[in-house]
Design a protein around this ligand. Structure first.
Ligand code: PLP
Length: 423
């Protein structure tokens, strides 16, 4: 089974004349079609809004595209807030879903008028001390504990996760916030990551909607929105069936009508904070085979490394690989595809069946559009790549240049030695 890249060998040969490999390439057409489909899937809910999880793909050009479809930003750090503000997304179009939050971050979120989503009950006092008041609109993050299952499948383990408040805490938090003047309330939970099933959101919605009804009854607050957060996944492996966002939207609508509407809560807005689902499939890492090494195993060395895409090294995550121009060739060679870090887990694939790879071949590493470039780091002094946008008209726009040694040394500007290094 295989996956078809959104870029061809001919296109890549053209692109590399201007932008050398490795680079991350994004598919404007795919991003737009998907954003439109999401919007339509939740159009039944008048208050619906997607807050794109900026950490997945923090690039202002891409945030701008999503903004055209009504998306706001889900931020959890100071610089993510700055980036959101820089593209004109501010006020209640920012959801600030942070945890272990520094004072300065709360201050900036408040200054931008963001909706603040509190991760812990102790953050009520911390926030009030830091910004001098409690915002009128406020959200709390919920963690029901235990294990989150769909039928008999364990999806994730919320009881083990650092996020959110217990049932007792969120009840207490709502009472306290109400007493301190908060008027509009939100509930948020993120219980499972990268779910490739249409059932996750409706199941999560049921948990949250039932909590919302209970909280409204017990605390008398007005619940304005329920934030289903992220977690809708993508098929990284070719055999997985992609989620159908229409089915998911419809599933959430059903639960909404079963639980919220009879409780007189038919005015509640649904929010989402999708990251992976919005961008994952619409980005790829393009890299070139530069070495072949045969020892106890057969290795293909490429010009990208874990610095450009950390997921395989960090989680053992599968990313499909296409050798451009050999899409129809038999996958009859077994390789480890490696980067150049002095770190043995710097492998994009282990024991992967691929067509015979020749030096100079271009490899497309699929599904790097979310949590790809953004997880990058600078180990071994490796530099981060450029990000390019393949536009709908087939042209290519650079939306972030590649790092240079000067960028790498920039933080040594306090030392004399910096002057020589950064020349
Ligand atoms: C990471 C994150 C998201 C996005 O998660 P995806 O798996 O990319 O959909 C949404 N909300 C919060 C609070 C997050 O930390």
């Amino acid at each position: 089974m295989s996956k078809k890249p959104f870029v061809t060998k001919e296109q890549v040969e053209e692109i590399v004349k201007t932008y050398p490999t490795p680079f991350h390439l994004y598919d404007e057409k795919g991003i737009r079609e998907n954003a439109k489909a999401l919007k339509e899937a939740f159009a039944w809910n008048p208050g619906y809004k997607e807050y794109f999880a900026v950490k997945a793909t923090p690039n202002p050009f891409l945030l701008q595209i999503l903004k055209e479809y009504g998306c706001g930003c889900d931020c959890s750090s100071y610089t993510e807030l700055l980036m959101s503000d820089a593209v004109g997304i501010d006020g209640h179009d920012i959801m600030f879903s942070s945890n272990d939050t520094p004072e300065e971050d709360f201050k900036l979120a408040d200054k931008l008028g963001a909706i603040i989503n509190l991760d812990d009950i102790t953050h009520i006092d911390f926030l009030e001390k830091t910004i001098g008041h409690i915002p009128e609109t406020i959200s709390c993050r919920y963690n029901p504990g235990g294990i989150f299952k769909i039928s008999n499948d364990i999806m994730d383990n919320p009881g083990d996760s650092k996020y959110g408040m217990t049932t007792e805490q969120i009840t207490e938090a709502f009472k306290t916030l109400k007493a301190k003047g908060a008027k509009e309330f939100g509930i948020h939970a993120f219980l499972a990551s990268n779910t490739v099933t249409n059932d996750y959101y409706p199941m999560l919605a049921k948990v949250l909607f039932e909590q919302a009804v209970r909280l409204q009854k017990e605390t008398g607050v007005h619940i304005k929105f329920i934030n289903l957060s992220g977690g809708i996944g993508i098929p990284y492996t070719p055999d997985q069936e992609p989620n159908d966002i229409r089915v998911i939207g419809e599933g959430v609508r059903k639960v909404y009508e079963e639980v919220l509407v009879p409780a007189g809560m038919g005015d509640v807005a649904i929010y989402t904070e999708l990251g992976r689902f919005m961008m994952g499939p619409y980005g790829c890492l393009v890299t070139k085979a530069i070495h072949e090494k045969n020892t106890y195993k057969n290795y293909i060395g490429v010009d990208a490394c874990a610095v450009n895409l950390m997921r395989p090294a960090m989680y053992g995550a599968y990313h499909h690989i296409t050798v451009l121009g050999k899409e129809d060739a038999p996958c009859d060679h077994k390789y480890d595809v490696t980067g150049s870090l002095c770190e043995n887990n710097d492998k994009f694939a282990i024991d992967r069946m691929l067509p015979e790879v020749d030096m100079g071949d271009y490899l497309v590493i699929h599904d790097t559009g979310a949590h790809g470039f953004s997880m990058g780091y600078n180990y071994n002094g490796k530099l981060k790549s450029a990000e390019l946008l393949l536009k709908e008209d087939g042209s290519v726009q650079m939306i972030r240049r590649a790092e240079t040694p000067k960028d790498y040394f920039a933080t040594f500007d306090c030392f004399e030695v910096g002057k020589k290094l950064c020349k």
